[in-house]
Write a protein that binds this ligand. Sequence first.
Ligand code: ZN
Length: 132
Amino acid sequence: MDQFIVKTHSRFGMIDITGEIRSVLKKSGVENGACYIFVPHTTAAVTINENADPDVPKDILMEMDRMVPLYDDYRHTEGNSAAHIKASLFGPSEVVLVEDGNLVLGTWQSIFFCEFDGPRTRKVMVRFISAG
Ligand code: ZN
C-alpha cells in the first residue's frame, strides 16, 4: 500500500489529487487492474468530478454548505458535525480502473480530496490491484 500527505489550507476545499495518484501508479508498475483510494478520516472524503472548470468544485462546496449547514441543533460536542455528515455523503473511497498503465478517467474527470474540517494534515492511502 502507498500513501501520501495532503495539507489543506482552509476549512473546506476540494483538492485535485489525480497527479499524485498517477505518480503512485507509475511507481507501482501496474499496467492493468484497479486503483483503490481510501481516506482514513471522518471529516474528509474522496470524490471524482470535473476540474476543467474550477467553478464546479466551488459550486459543489457551496451547495453542500446549504444542504448541511455549519451550525444547527447538532449534538456532537466537538462542533464539527457538518463535516462528519458531508464526509459520509461523499464517502471515504473510490475505485478507478487502470488500463495500459493509465487511470481510466473521463475527459473531464479528476480525483478530488475533499476537506470539510480543515486546515489539517491529511492522509490518502492507495493500493493498485494488478489484473495479471
Ligand atoms: Zn467530530
